[in-house]
Design a protein. Sequence first.
Length: 393
Amino acid sequence: MAAAVDFERMWHDLEPIGRSASSGGYNRLPWLAAELELRDWFREAATARGLEVEEDPFGNLVAWWGPRADGAVLTGSHLDSVLDGGAFDGPLGVVSAFAALDLMRERGVAPTRPLGVAAFVEEEGSRFGRACLGSRLATGAAAWEHARELTDRDGVRLGDVIEGGTSTLLTGVDTYVELHVEQGRGLVDCDAAVGVGSGIWPHGRFRYDVTGRADHAGTTRMEDRADPMLTYATAALAANKQARLAGQRATFGRVEVRPNGTNAVPSAVTAWLDARAESDRALADLVAAIERQTCDRAGRDGTAVTVTAESVSGKVTFDVPLRDELAGALGAPVLPTQAGHDAGVLQEAGIRSAMLFVRNPTGVSHSPAETAGVADCLAGVAALADVLTGLVG
């Protein structure tokens, strides 16, 4: 009962931080005011439980129950959000981790292995454009000498925000279990409050730089234009068509236009494609088809297209024995996810990883409409506590 009260109290404390008064969505971008306030909350929650907080040079946090040592078990998620995102994506896993620890203590669990609650930084890539950046830097999957040159939309360089260096935060960690709100309707279809992840679809972010010729919107004849907006429009339509035909996912969600004037033909359009598919081959085919159709159109428009892969993640299969053990113990369905997660990065780095999903009744995510019921969240806490007890008890 106390753990349930603690969960709701923690959730109430986090609810107003970074929330937009107009949309109800959240803007918790890394190393800015709202996310820094959440990091302070994390430290306070850890201190209140007698946990020792460790922070690496990149801003990743772990609160340890017991001194860190070989064979350590980690749980948690992230605290940052996408632009105008939902409340549950990330913070649910961190709050549930603390609540699960409270429940384990209520039950009198005495860990035989160190247990840590993690908050990885810049998971969404919403500020510096690289998803799971904190966990990639912590595992060595991303190199600091390259990452420090990343810039945000205001031209701020990551190397001027954090000191960087080398992380030892995950040394000795054997297992990672991440709880997350489901970003789809799989559990609704299964009529289950909690599920176990099987793996993550391959996915990538690709920047389209389309250049043309700036001109007057009124005096320039249509046939005399080299309009990059037309080429971009074809790219967006091609993404929709090719993804639908293949049963995959493709989205242009961010666009920058120069000079961005109402009465001018633009000189350049930069747009970012998010593409996801059920296999590495299917992803490569999808991306190639969109690029090919866009380049064909560019030839007719008199424009030029350059496509740059900013980040690509291959298919991840979570540790199968651990996955099957959790699904059997919890009596929970097993389902894949099309979203990227820190658990996928840790699994690829050799740390056996698993994911628990909590039902999302609408399936909507990365939106203010993202939600999960209290009863389902508490079911997730109980499931996480059971899993962690089996690992460290």
